[in-house]
Design a protein around this ligand. Structure first.
Ligand SMILES: Cc1ncc(COP(=O)(O)OP(=O)(O)O)c(N)n1
Ligand SMILES: Cc1nc(C(=O)O)sc1CCOP(=O)(O)O
Ligand SMILES: [Mg+2]
Length: 500
């Protein structure tokens, strides 16, 4: 990144829409709102309005080449968003240029393969060579076609998301987002995101407006911005859809006029966030509550010896987190831990990972991560719900919204800061993100809100800023287990966390 630019740089390689709704114009508005500096390589100077595309007017490849070179050393892109390409010469040129990026300094690249204008008419001067488009697809991190483009590029010619992805993956695509489109004749919009073996689905209420010119360009640019700012794809997906939902909320209701989408501010409000489709959570009863919503200090330790030292210190919640143990060792430790906890009824003991043993020995609760949850069947989750309390780890908005739908006993958000205890690369939330996630919490259920625990790299010095975000508990490993004086560390945390 350019050291003199405080904002990451987005390049948009796309067509100009003289009516201001789509193309470069939508990209610049979106990227500015989302905190990026924007450079534009304009592929065509289109003539269009909200009813019709009149002409395309491609820009010479030589001009694009000069612009690419001029910007490369000066405004190094954190992300490139590719929109309209006007002809096969441009397509070939771009493939050549993208191939020149060394893997170590390749920006994030998002391809919005716009083939038809939403106002009708082809957006390229000549039919784009599908094999070239498929080559381009292999050079980018994410493609964001609409339904008809996805069917065309995948050569499936069916509105079947799984089949489209399987086919596009075979052509070399890394990740795919297909937006359901607010134009379809249904009450809800389902958006699909595929990467590797994952298929994420979000559901939003359909906007009652015909405004929407530029919504595809806006979505792909928002995704490029969020990815450039370090969000993982699943979080970029949910934030970008919230941005689009907020944009539609600003457009006039029930109007037949195909107006330009109104780009909104950052989608901080919970109301714009989609629901995560999670069949495992459908109609599952809520998990049992904790004794208190406010939990204070939450030590996470790796032995019964630590439980013996900490349980007498007035702690309300504690976790036994065992790793790399034999089954016999696990059974013995969990049994002992549960027996010990009977002497401290005010202290709620959670067992990490081993839910069957936690149920078998009668622990107060179990803590599960996202991978553990994915591995559970719906029946197993139901069995846990019938037997014991559940805490769930989350890392970012997508997992937070997904996990809330399970209605667990508490949710953890991490890693707030870098930590030596566990590899959390790419999942560091920071205080601002934590503050935002706290606003995405569901409404109170029976007088209580879902308790939220913050975890990851939290020292005594950092705890005050974490507490200010409104979390109900702070979970720590090393701040206690590596403290010079663990009793003093516990007392200091307790003092800081006493009054909410
Ligand atoms: C309170 C709390 N939050 C998060 C975690 C992490 O759980 P998980 O994602 O299952 O990872 P491991 O701890 O199993 O490595 C936790 N244990 N406790
Ligand atoms: C076990 C664990 N889970 C995390 C998550 O984000 O899910 S962070 C983490 C490590 C917490 O240890 P420390 O307090 O030493 O940083
Ligand atoms: Mg775990």
């Amino acid at each position: 990144m350019n050291p003199f630019s405080p904002r990451p740089v987005l390049w948009t390689i796309a067509g100009s829409d003289c009516s201001g709704g789509a193309g470069i114009q939508a990209d610049i508005k979106t990227a500015h709102i989302l905190g990026m500096e924007v450079c534009s390589l304009i592929t065509a100077n289109t003539v269009q309005n909200s009813m019709q595309l009149f002409s395309i007017n491609p820009v010479e490849v030589d001009t694009l080449e000069q612009q690419f070179d001029a910007l490369l050393s000066d405004k190094t892109p954190a992300a490139i968003k590719i929109g309209m390409l006007a002809d096969n010469r441009q397509l070939r040129w771009l493939i050549g240029r993208l191939r020149q990026f060394a893997p170590s300094n390749k920006p994030i690249i998002v391809l919005d393969p716009v083939i038809k204008a939403s106002v009708g008419g082809d957006l390229s001067q000549e039919a784009l060579d599908i094999s070239l488009l498929q080559q381009l697809m292999t050079l980018v991190d994410l493609i964001t076609p609409n339904w008809s483009e996805a069917q065309y590029l995948s050569e499936t010619h069916q509105k079947d998301p799984e089949r489209c992805w399987q086919s596009l993956q075979q052509f070399g695509a890394q990740a795919l987002i297909i937006s359901g489109g607010h134009g379809d004749d249904t009450d809800v919009v389902i958006d699909h995101c595929f990467f590797a073996e994952q298929h994420l689905q979000l559901q939003s209420t359909k906007a009652q407006t015909a405004y929407g010119h530029g919504s595809g360009c806006t979505l792909s640019t928002a995704l490029a911005c969020f990815l450039a700012q370090g969000y993982l794809l699943r979080d970029a997906f949910i934030h970008a859809q919230a941005f689009i939902n907020k944009a539609f909320s600003l457009c006039p209701d029930n109007s037949d006029y195909y107006g330009s989408l109104i780009q909104p501010s950052w989608p901080v409000e919970k109301t714009f966030y989609p629901r995560v489709i999670n069949p495992k959570a459908e109609n599952l009863p809520a998990f049992a509550r904790l004794e208190h919503q406010y939990l204070g200090l939450y030590p996470v330790v790796d032995s019964v010896a630590w439980l013996e030292k900490l349980m007498p210190l007035g702690i309300k919640i504690i976790q036994l987190r065992l790793k790399n143990k034999t089954t016999a060792e696990l059974k013995q430790a969990i049994k002992q831990a549960v027996q010990l906890s009977k002497a401290y009824p005010q202290c709620q003991l959670f067992i990490n990972d081993y839910w069957q043993l936690a149920i078998e020995y009668g622990a107060f609760g179990v803590h599960l991560g996202q991978e553990d949850l994915q591995a559970l069947s719906r029946d197993e989750l139901h069995k846990i719900q019938q037997s014991i309390r559940l805490g769930i780890s989350t890392h970012g908005a997508y997992e937070f919204i997904l996990a809330q739908q399970i209605q667990p006993s508490y949710l953890a958000i991490g890693a707030i800061f870098p930590t030596q205890t566990k590899d959390m690369t790419g999942q560091i939330q920071g205080i601002e993100n934590l503050r935002h996630l706290m606003t995405l919490r569901d409404q109170k259920r029976d007088q209580q809100q879902l308790p939220v625990v913050a975890i990851g790299g939290i020292s005594l010095q950092r705890a005050a800023s974490v507490k200010q975000t409104g979390v109900d508990s702070i979970a720590v490993v090393t701040a206690i287990t590596k403290a010079d004086d663990f009793k003093k560390a516990v007392t200091d945390f307790q003092q800081l966390l006493t009054v909410k």
